[in-house]
Write a protein that binds this ligand. Sequence first.
Ligand code: NAD
Ligand code: TDX
Length: 332
Amino acid sequence: MAHLLVTGGAGFIGSNFVHHVVAHTDHTVSVLDKLTYAGNPASLEGLPGTRVKLVQGDIADAALVDRLFAESDAVVHYAAESHNDNSLDDPRPFLDTNIVGTYTLLEAARRHGTRFHHISTDEVYGDLELDDPERFTETTPYNPSSPYSSTKAGSDLLVRAWVRSFGVRATISNCSNNYGPRQHVEKFIPRQITNVLQGIRPKLYGAGLNVRDWIFADDHSSAVLTILEKGRLGETYLVGADGEKSNKDVVELVLRLMGRPADAYDHVVDRAGHDLRYAIDSSRLRDELGWRPSYADFESGLGATIDWYRENESWWAPAKAATEASYARKGQ
Ligand code: NAD
Ligand code: TDX
């Protein structure tokens, strides 16, 4: 049994990881989360208080971070400003949390000698053409497009430098697009599901031909646990479940699964600098560490996600009106 510190554990993927750890291990967990607009303590409801405690605070608060590292065997770092559209409106919080926050954690890992796992994204590699036969691998050059992805790329490079220069015992994973329960309604799939539930037409940026490589959040969690247990220190692992879909196909499937006509959506203003396609080759993780996704069927994963939003309106409704008002101001 170990004690894990999970940063950003009240957010979408971090909270899914905490649920996964409680269900599949006997570890105990401290969550360090600032509870920004994206963090929600309700995402940790139902978990035993003997196993999980929530500490509200900033990963850039060095004194707090130091105290929490002193009592942890390993740290899994999810906390971030995570939404590309927000990073186009106001990049500053992305620098503060993704860069300075990660730096603060790395300095604590260096002082305490703590095992550290850094959560990152495939967006650090930029984008691919729609017909490119190649997918991203661990050796693809970094080429981020947005303020969000450039700060994530910067944080990855800090981790690599702290491994090489100071011997920090770290691993990195870069995952593709996650979907599943407890994702904020600003993101693509929950936005469209909750739009349909509220009688609003789904909104597709531009022509909707952009491709994302979807993975169910619980599969991301099992990959992270596998890397924490068996990953080689200093290594990067790409995480993906061969789930490439165009945005247009995803919207049409959401509509069909919710009993609406497949064309009942609007095209809206495109995202500035919109990455065309992401695609992950996760062979290293599969071949070296034996990881496999369990939720490979996108349609059933999407159906389960729709059911979750249907049944948990009290979780998402408080954020919905303000999120849509903010999109509407931008013509999105
Ligand atoms: P999210 O926005 O849902 O959650 C982020 C959490 O971090 C929130 O609970 C927020 O309160 C917390 N947080 C923000 N700033 C903080 C700070 N300064 N100190 C402490 N806590 C802070 O994000 P998510 O989608 O769950 O993403 C989690 C991680 O996974 C991020 O690092 C993101 O880059 C990465 N990632 C996300 C995806 C995806 O599809 N969403 C894919 C690959 C990688
Ligand atoms: O209303 C929408 N309509 C639309 O067409 C929204 C919100 C998005 N989109 C498009 C933009 C993208 O092509 O859908 C796609 C997915 O958009 P997001 O959910 O904003 O995700 P993305 O920008 O791909 O980034 C996500 O995956 C990688 C996460 O937000 C990041 O944190 C992660 O690093």
